[in-house]
Design a protein around this ligand. Structure first.
Ligand code: PGA
Length: 240
């Protein structure tokens, strides 16, 4: 694992956007795996800016999102389809036909894994992390061999994500997520974390045992992982 500890959220976002941009310059047909949530939001803004300045293009890029809530339509403002359109797709030259979400493969979600494979596999997978160590919506207990599937959200995830909804009861309890083996199939992975509330999960991910109790800990077994943190999320590291 290569680990960057940046001074703040802005620097973390810039580091991630710069890495992705140089990747896209080298391979204009990159297959990207993408997350949603608060953490990647600024990174997306920076990528959109680079595209507007014609430093990069998404014309031949394909994207596969990590997850989506069950029961929300693509037009629902709380859906991850909507999030991606708002934060990245509508602000770049990407062809919307090249953007994919796992729940659109209902009822056979493993067709998503097949689609990823047929496209050549994910070149670069970007991940956030949950307070409980989840990646995508692979909550603690998820098998490392898991593929794309429907899951129940953990209690902490429902609590954390309730900030995007009117109230906790409005948060969908089910979602469709890429599996852990789907994620591990990516050629390169970037894990992002910001803020003190992620510090325990990050510490366990990097220094703890590889365990399904902390799904992200499996990343220790991947050959090509970059972790980009801000100081708060790296708070538990003892740095001299
Ligand atoms: P966040 O979510 O970026 O909104 O903190 C990350 C995650 O739950 O994977």
């Amino acid at each position: 694992m290569k680990i960057y500890i940046e001074k703040d959220y802005n620097a973390l976002s810039k580091r991630a956007a710069d890495i992705i941009a140089s990747f896209l310059k080298q391979k204009p047909t990159t297959i990207l795996g993408l997350p949603t949530g608060s953490t990647p939001q600024k990174m997306y803004g920076m990528l959109a800016e680079k595209c507007e300045k014609r430093e990069i293009t998404f014309k031949r890029v394909k994207t596969f999102n990590l997850d989506e809530y069950s029961g929300l339509s693509a037009e629902d403002q709380k859906s991850y389809h909507f999030f991606m359109k708002k934060n990245l797709f509508s602000k770049t030259d990407i062809d919307i036909k090249n953007t994919f979400f796992p729940n659109d493969f209902k009822p056979d979600y493993q067709k998503y894994d097949k689609k990823i494979k047929e496209s050549g596999g994910i070149d670069l997978q970007v991940l956030g992390i949950g307070r409980d160590g989840h990646i995508g919506f692979n909550e603690p207990g998820s098998k490392f061999s898991s593929k794309t599937r429907k899951i129940y959200l953990a209690k902490t995830t429902v609590e954390d994500n309730s900030r995007f909804f009117e109230s906790k009861k409005d948060v969908p309890r089910k979602a469709v997520t890429m599996g852990i083996s789907t994620i591990m199939g990516a050629k390169k992975i970037i894990l992002l974390a910001s803020g003190e509330k992620k510090s325990e999960a990050i510490f366990n991910t990097i220094f703890g045992p590889v365990s399904t109790k902390v799904p992200a800990s499996i990343l220790q077994r991947h050959k090509n992982v970059i972790v980009i943190l801000d100081k708060e999320s790296a708070k538990k590291f003892k740095i001299k």
